[in-house]
Design a protein around this ligand. Structure first.
Ligand SMILES: [Zn+2]
Length: 273
């Protein structure tokens, strides 16, 4: 798919701009079940997408999007933004080099428990179980199925090849990214919880705790993204809590483009496959 077709704001006579959503970048897809939805893109393909966007468009940061919204000014023609959700280590290992080479401002939204304990979303464990079931049912670590909160490396011990699909960045890596002017760190809850499924007190925990943890690491987070990010994955109470916590912008994962007038807590994104 040619993602530069989304950079058509001047053609339509309005300032529509896409925010692209990525999760991971890997060397080679070599699994049957795992990564079936191409959450992690092969490095060559990722590089070609970024290169074509760089050649065709005008990369902007999420802070620039906020500035243009607050000053009621359209963004330059063919603007686009790049974002990564979750905090995979492969972002640091593979994607960052490409983004730096082309000078693409990027926001990384990290779930702080993923960073602090190298845990994974439940679906990653389920995919892993299906993947290994055919080969050797004994490999399945039953603890992983019972508790989604044990460290990834425990589950995949002995299966080093698969770590690039689950390993998360360390705090040192997150802090290193935050020190560059090109990259921004945002929060993505603590445990990757679906916010509207929680009561208000639990929601506060999933919003304030990751912001506090980022603060503890010298990062002043103003950005957040909703886990899953579809229509049912955020609500008015969530938005009001985010605003009270000092968050200025929180994109969804609802498919579409935006204008400078789009509500900063309902921005749409284009998932890159
Ligand atoms: Zn996520």
């Amino acid at each position: 798919m040619d993602y530069t077709s989304y950079l058509d704001g001047d053609v339509l006579g309005c300032d529509s701009f896409p925010i692209f959503l990525f999760h991971g970048v890997i060397r080679k897809q070599k699994w049957n079940v795992r990564n079936r939805n191409r959450k992690h893109l092969e490095l060559d393909y990722f590089t070609s997408v970024i290169k074509s966007l760089y050649n065709a468009g005008n990369p902007v940061s999420m802070d620039e999007i906020v500035w243009h919204h607050n000053h009621n000014e359209p963004l330059p023609d063919k603007s686009f933004a790049v974002t990564f959700d979750d905090g995979y280590r492969n972002n640091f290992d593979y994607a960052v080099d490409v983004l730096e080479k082309f000078g693409i401002p990027t926001t990384f939204y990290v779930a702080t428990e993923f960073i602090a304990q190298n845990t994974s979303a439940y679906i990653d464990y389920v995919e892993y179980a299906y993947e290994v079931l055919d080969k050797d049912p004994e490999i399945i670590n039953r603890r992983a199925m019972k508790s989604p909160c044990i460290p990834t490396t425990d589950v995949l011990r002995g299966e080093i090849d698969g770590l690039e699909l689950t390993d998360k960045m360390t705090w040192e890596q997150v802090v290193q990214l935050s020190w560059t002017s090109l990259f921004t760190i945002g929060a993505h809850t603590h445990t990757h919880a679906i916010l509207p499924m929680l009561n208000k007190r639990e929601k506060e925990g999933e919003i304030f705790r990751p912001l506090w943890m980022l603060h503890q690491h010298g990062i002043v987070p103003k950005h957040f993204s909703y886990p899953e990010g579809k229509e049912d994955d955020f609500d008015d109470e969530t938005i009001s809590l985010l605003k009270s916590a000092g968050v200025v912008c929180c994109p969804t994962a609802i498919h579409g483009v935006n204008t400078h007038e789009t509500d900063l807590f309902r921005l749409k994104r284009i998932g890159v496959k």
